[in-house]
Design a protein around this ligand. Structure first.
Ligand code: HEM
Length: 448
């Protein structure tokens, strides 16, 4: 087969390095995406990276050639102090073993059983918002999704921990993102102010996770949820239980991955709806018509298609996982291009999902574009907020159901209006957060 060379985008020596160290990761991705067609490589600080920018190439990376790759250094190296060797970061045999073990908590029927908790927590959240009050929906969604993941997967009440968790995650994400860019790494054990802050954040998260584990151990109960599954799982061959450290790593991974992303997805959806009054009115009319004041439950979901379309469309424009990274473990060919062992390869749902080849008027928020015909005609992996292949998000059904229930429950009770003269910007850390939050004024609907 003829080997094709990967076009190289050259950086200006000093400017390129400074940008890689201090610049905004999304801006860099956009610049690179704008300079290449389907594939391109560049130097980002100390590293050579290759960006793949078509749905076919994404499929080759994540599905067909997945076994030639491990996770990129962001998560696998620098995410380790907090995630340990849990599902997001583990590789090969351990990953396959752990994924199989955790899978029952995400089986279709199991996820369906979480619907009432999701809707009930959404009801509780909105009751705190007075008519005329200003709320930061980014913060509120974070608190809500944290409560939901705590209750559904761990049967624990963690709402009281929301502020502490929120602060700790911000520190962890800033630390991790900054480490990826550094040419020289300072071990976490060294006593720098940044390291002390990071160690404090990890300790705060650990104490919440260990508290949940200890409470469950002490009760000795099998609640049939994820936490019991982790604690009671026995190795098929030797009957051994998971080590405390492995239980902690899996629990921490699901606790964090299970709420941060959904919080961002729903927060961005409220923002987009507030900027598109027609779409917002259409969604509210759908919700009011179907629910007639009731709290939504599982059977309502197929009758709320516009709400689902709004969520899909917002995750197209603001995919919480805006970049997915891998590192080649051996020389491998992708789309006829040789990718040398050690190369970092990225696909960006953010860039992919804004390509005019896949989505007409890609910058516009148009929930109605998600017709059945359009979805059928869309190439696989052109919309890829959950990644793909064996490492596809294990929580994708959980997240879509949760998002739809949160939107429907809250849209029925309140209307949000964006508070004027505030800065709305993306903060591309590990996930795509709203940098300064999203402040909304609350208007309670129909005197509720
Ligand atoms: C809108 C919400 C969500 C988005 C956009 C999202 C996105 C992603 C993406 C892109 C990956 C793949 C990363 C890669 O290939 O490197 C992933 C993996 C993962 N996600 Fe999600 N996720 C969401 C919600 C959730 C939820 C609700 C949970 C759990 C309750 C969860 C748990 C996980 C786990 C454990 C993995 C690792 C799976 C593995 O490697 O086997 N995610 N997620």
């Amino acid at each position: 087969m003829r080997e094709m060379t990967i076009p190289v985008v050259r950086q200006r020596p000093i400017v390129g390095t400074l940008q890689a160290m201090f610049g905004d990761r999304l801006t860099m991705l956009k610049q690179l995406g704008g300079q290449i067609s389907d594939i391109g490589s560049t130097r980002l600080g100390p590293r050579n990276i290759v960006l793949l920018n078509t749905s076919e190439l994404a499929q080759e990376l994540l599905v067909e050639q997945h076994d030639a790759f491990h996770k990129g250094p962001g998560l696998s190296t620098f995410g380790r102090p907090v995630l340990g060797n849990g599902l997001l970061t583990s590789e090969d045999e351990l990953h396959r073993h752990q994924r199989k073990l955790v899978a029952p908590a995400f089986a279709h029927r199991r996820v369906a059983s979480y619907a009432d908790t999701m809707a009930e927590y959404s009801e509780q959240a909105q009751r705190h918002w007075a008519d005329g009050a200003t709320v930061d929906v980014a913060k509120e969604m974070m608190r809500l999704t944290l409560g939901i993941v705590g209750k559904t997967l761990f049967d624990a009440d963690v709402l009281g921990d929301a502020d502490e968790v929120g602060k700790a995650i911000t520190i962890v994400m800033r630390y991790t993102t900054s480490q990826v860019r550094r040419p020289i790494h300072i071990p976490l054990a060294w006593n720098t102010p940044g390291n002390r802050k990071m160690r404090g954040a990890v300790a705060a998260l650990n104490s919440i996770i260990y508290r949940m584990i200890e409470q469950r151990r002490a009760s000795g109960e099998d609640k049939g949820d994820l936490l019991s599954m982790l604690l009671l799982a026995q190795d098929e061959d030797d009957g051994s239980y998971m080590s405390d450290k492995q239980v902690r790593d899996e629990a921490m991974t699901l606790f964090l991955a299970g709420h941060e992303t959904t919080a961002n997805a729903t927060a961005w959806t409220w923002y987009l709806l507030s900027q598109h009054p027609d779409a917002y009115a259409k969604m509210q009319a759908e919700v009011d018509g179907v629910l007639q004041g009731r709290t939504p439950s599982l059977p309502d979901l197929p009758n709320l298609p516009y709400t689902m379309k709004a969520l899909k469309e917002s995750m197209r424009l603001y995919p919480p996982a805006y970049a997915i990274g891998r590192q080649a473990m051996r020389d491998v060919r992708i789309g006829g291009h040789l990718i040398a062992k050690g190369t970092i390869v990225l696909v960006s749902p953010y860039l992919m999902q804004r390509k005019p080849e896949y989505f007409a008027q890609p910058e516009r928020f148009m929930p109605e574009r998600w017709s059945a015909e359009m979805e059928k005609a869309l190439p696989r992996y052109a919309w890829m907020p959950f990644g793909g292949g064996p490492r596809i998000c294990i929580g994708n059904q959980f997240a879509m159901m949760e998002g739809q229930l949160i939107l429907a429950t809250i849209a029925q009770r309140v209307s949000f209006t964006l508070v004027p003269r505030q800065r709305i910007a993306t903060d591309p850390l590990i996930t795509l957060r709203p940098k300064y939050g999203i402040k909304m004024q609350v208007q309670r609907c129909g005197g509720q």
